[in-house]
Design a protein around this ligand. Structure first.
Ligand code: ZN
Length: 385
């Protein structure tokens, strides 16, 4: 995967590879991109920096335009915020630890999530036609704002590499028993579009995974027998290419009794995805059981899950207990060593250049609003888009 070793902020000299402005034709097309040096400026810390001028659109920029810290007043906070988010801290805890406002952490968390969406998209693009393992699919269950607004998140995980291939939300109705008062309260909630629910989310996962298979190769999936998986596969135009193995969750218990043979087989087949879900509940404050740090917005939770997927794929070794420092991305041949947060955040990514589309782009633009909350800010920035 094409990813530089040196963060852009530490480069001695930068040759701008493309124009950082979205509206310029040299933003997505590097051919014919010409630039000139355009004076220098002095940073608040006294460093002298080069400015450049795009000869296509005439706009000027510095190397900061290619950095994740673009437009950030305190660039040094970005790596500690990323690490804190992944270490199970809530926003205000992180803010107290590193000495900034809680709203800074919230804004950075959204930006880091967007970076995660783009990095995962780039990794998938690099894997096109190279998938040679079974993918284990399951939905991670959580909720936004209140348990009246639950949603699942599709997490396709490589059976051998444990690489997280994507994150796709599936809002659904509240299930389970509830009292008459709980039901009255649920009915008063602002309506929320299901956007296809489990079926739509599974279909989108299939769309993302099929291009990764070599032409003619089948897509091998393992699922827990969820009816939406069967339906999504059966209705898909490429259904003959998809092999779905089903391991339904058998009845368990009473507590303490040994697992049945079916339960042992199911647990073995779905181990990679169960492990990921355990890691997510362990290391993200919002997804702990009975937490007061629960997420208020689906969009923000999904952004942060993308950051968690990047951490899982590129930063965390597959087994720290066994002392195996290889990361899932290394097992897939995407990278040659575990990445630090500084490396993950070494370059700014641009949605137009990564050809972001579909739900990824909607989450990027914060279009999956939580209507129950009055205020929902969309992401429509001009320069820091
Ligand atoms: Zn330009």
């Amino acid at each position: 995967m094409d990813w530089p070793r040196t963060p852009v902020d530490r480069l001695q000299e930068l040759r701008p590879p493309f124009c950082p402005r979205r509206w310029c034709r040299h933003h997505t097309r590097a051919e014919g991109f010409r630039w000139r040096k355009h004076g220098t400026y002095t940073t608040a810390r006294g460093a002298c920096r080069q400015r450049y001028r795009c000869l296509g659109c005439g706009s000027t920029f510095s190397r900061r335009a290619f950095s994740v810290a673009y437009w950030a007043k305190r660039p040094e906070l970005i790596v500690p915020i990323a690490a804190g988010l992944q270490a199970g801290s809530a926003h205000r805890q992180i803010a107290r630890t590193i000495g900034c406002a809680a709203s800074t952490v919230t804004r950075r968390s959204a930006q880091l999530g967007r970076h995660g969406i783009l990095l995962l998209a780039r990794a998938r693009a690099a894997l096109a036609g190279r998938l040679d393992e079974t993918v284990v699919l399951d939905h991670f269950e959580t909720f936004e704002l209140t348990q009246d607004l639950p949603f699942g998140v599709a997490t396709p995980v490589g059976a051998r590499s444990w690489f997280v291939y994507g994150i796709d939300p599936a809002p659904h109705e509240r299930t389970g028993r509830r009292s008459a008062e709980q039901e009255r309260r649920r009915r008063r909630r602002a309506p929320r579009p299901a956007r296809g629910g489990y079926l739509g989310s599974t279909r989108r996962v299939l769309e993302a995974l099929l291009p990764l298979c070599a032409p003619g190769d089948p897509l091998r999936l393992v699922g827990d027998g969820h009816p939406a998986y069967d339906r999504a596969v059966a209705r898909h135009p490429a259904a003959p290419r998809i092999r779905l193995a089903r391991y339904p969750n058998p009845r368990r218990g009473p507590k303490g009794s040994p697992r049945s043979a079916d339960a042992v087989a199911r647990d073995a087949a779905l181990f990679p995805v169960d492990l990921l879900h355990g890691l997510l509940r362990h290391s993200l404050a919002a997804h702990r059981r009975e937490t007061i740090a629960f997420g208020r917005r689906l969009n923000a939770l999904v952004e942060r899950l993308h950051l968690a997927a990047v951490w899982r794929n590129f930063v965390k070794g597959i087994s720290e207990r066994r002392g195996d420092p290889r990361t899932p991305a290394m097992l897939l041949g995407l990278t040659d060593r575990p990445w630090s947060w500084a490396r993950v955040l070494g370059r700014r990514l641009f949605p137009d250049r990564e050809r972001l589309a579909g739900v990824g782009l909607e989450i990027y633009r914060r279009d999956w609003i939580t209507a129950e909350l009055g205020r929902n800010t969309r992401h429509r920035a001009v320069f820091v888009y």
